[in-house]
Design a binder for this molecule. Structure first.
Ligand SMILES: [Ca+2]
Length: 215
C-alpha cells in the first residue's frame, strides 16, 4: 500500500473521498476548539433521555432498558481522537494501538485531505474528545460488518465506561446530540434500528448540526 493511502485511513477520511487521488492530498483542516464540551455532553444526555421517551422507537423495550453490548467486546483505552467518528484505541494486552472507525455513523470532516472543515465538524470532534479522550472503553464488534474496513480500521461500537462501571454507547450519543448522522455503509447492523430512530429524532428536534448547518 502506498504511504498516502495509509495516511488517508489514519485521518478518517470518508470512504468515497479517498478516491480523489494523491493530487489533492492537502490538509485543509483547521481545528476550532471552544469551552463548550461539558455543556454539549449535558445537552446530548438530555437529548438521549428524550429519545428514550419517544413513542415511535422501533424497539421500545431495548431503548428503555439500560443498554449493553450485544456482540463480542474488547476492552481498552482511547489514546487519540482523530475526529468525530475515528479514534485510536490501545486494546488491553496488545502492544500497539489500532485505528477504530465507528459503525453506523458519520460526522462532518475536519481532517480529510483536500476537503474544507465542514459545518459542525469541529463540534463533533470536540464532543468525541470530551467523551472519549483517555477513556476506558469497550469495543463492541459486529459480525455483520466484518472486523475491519478497507483501510484496515477496526469497525466497532465504542462503549464508554464510567469509573462506576456504567456504559454509554458513544455512537448513539453522537447521533442523539446532533453531531453525527446515521449511515448504513454496507450491511444492516446490530444497532441500526436504534441509530435510525435517534437520527430521525435529532433531525426533527433540530438538535446540533440539524439547526446549526444548512441542509
Ligand atoms: Ca466523517
Amino acid at each position: 500500500m502506498r504511504a498516502g493511502a495509509v495516511d488517508i485511513a489514519l485521518h478518517g477520511i470518508d470512504e468515497w473521498a479517498a478516491e480523489i487521488g494523491p493530487g489533492l492530498l492537502i490538509y485543509g483542516g483547521v481545528m476550532v476548539w471552544g469551552n463548550t464540551g461539558a455543556a454539549l455532553v449535558a445537552i446530548a444526555g438530555a437529548a438521549l433521555a428524550l429519545t428514550a421517551c419517544s413513542a415511535d422507537s422501533p424497539d421500545q423495550s431495548r431503548v428503555d432498558q439500560e443498554l449493553s453490548p450485544q456482540g463480542p467486546t474488547l476492552s481498552g483505552s482511547v489514546v487519540r481522537v482523530v475526529d468525530g467518528d475515528t479514534v485510536r484505541v490501545l486494546v488491553d494486552g496488545q502492544g500497539e494501538d489500532v485505528s477504530v472507525r465507528l459503525i453506523g455513523i458519520d460526522t462532518p470532516e475536519t481532517v480529510a485531505p483536500g476537503r474544507p472543515v465542514e459545518c459542525f465538524g469541529p463540534e463533533a470532534s470536540e464532543f468525541a474528545e470530551q467523551l472519549l479522550d483517555g477513556a476506558r472503553v469497550l469495543l463492541e464488534l459486529d459480525p455483520t460488518q466484518g472486523e475491519t474496513d478497507r483501510y484496515d480500521r477496526t469497525l466497532a461500537y465504542v462503549w464508554v465506561e464510567s469509573p462506576t462501571g456504567e456504559l454509554t454507547l458513544f455512537n448513539l450519543a453522537a447521533i442523539t446530540g446532533g453531531y453525527a448522522e446515521e449511515v448504513t455503509y454496507a450491511a444492516d447492523y446490530a444497532w441500526q434500528a436504534e441509530f435510525i430512530a435517534a437520527d430521525r429524532a435529532a433531525r426533527e428536534a433540530g438538535v446540533g448540526r440539524w439547526s446549526a448547518c444548512p441542509t
